[in-house]
Design a protein around this ligand. Structure first.
Ligand code: 5GP
Length: 190
């Protein structure tokens, strides 16, 4: 997606060879016009696949996932990284290792919001090792749902997430695929 690549080149900063900072337009300050285009692009790619629900992980996936759900006319479920005392009921949980923080969290969702038999589309801001996406696959399995696709805003193609998901038979659509990055610049796969 050309507009997204231009935003990454103009505003993204490679913190090092592994981590890209995009907080000026994606996950802190949010360019909502760009997110609307991102949502439209995912809706076009995943049209006609019988998807019934969009899911994401708080908090960085919420903006692109909201616009995707809006464009597809589907409900959105936000999976939580932290539980709270007011989160009651039948909870589904799995442990995920955080790529950026180097810590672990309990990915949590209420079973009520993932009814058995739903076909889910996972939307997230980044794909790196694939741990977060596999956490969602795990929760979907516990709920008796199928992940019918994964839409990623920025994939770091030099990390193993994409291959791991493809090997698991998941259809992955990444709108920008970063081949390599450093302080000198960011290279994309076409
Ligand atoms: P994975 O689980 O695939 O290793 O990492 C995906 C999650 O880690 C994403 O949900 C995203 O929030 C975070 N993440 C991974 N790589 C980056 C990065 O380079 N920059 C930022 N801002 N977040 C990242």
């Amino acid at each position: 997606m050309q507009k997204l690549k231009e935003a990454i080149l103009a505003k993204g900063k490679a913190v090092n060879q592994d981590v890209l900072l995009v907080d000026s337009f994606l996950n802190h300050q949010v360019d909502v016009a760009l997110m609307r285009d991102v949502g439209d692009a995912f809706a076009a790619y995943f049209a006609g696949r019988g998807i019934t629900r969009v899911v994401t992980i708080e908090s960085s996936g919420i903006a692109p996932a909201s616009f995707t759900a809006l464009a597809m006319g589907l409900p959105l479920v936000v999976m939580k990284k932290q539980t709270s005392r007011i989160m009651k009921g039948d909870l589904l949980q799995t442990t995920v290792r955080s790529f950026t923080k180097g810590t672990q969290y309990e990915l949590t969702a209420k079973r009520d919001f993932l009814p058995e038999g739903e076909r889910l589309l996972l939307i997230d801001d980044f794909l790196a090792s694939g741990e977060a996406a596999f956490g969602v696959l795990n929760l979907a399995k516990q709920a008796g749902c199928e992940v019918a696709g994964v839409g990623i805003v920025i994939e770091k193609a030099f990390q193993p997430g994409h291959d791991r998901l493809c090997e698991a038979g998941v259809d992955v659509c990444s709108l920008a695929r970063v081949k390599a990055m450093s302080e000198k610049g960011i290279e994309f796969i076409d």
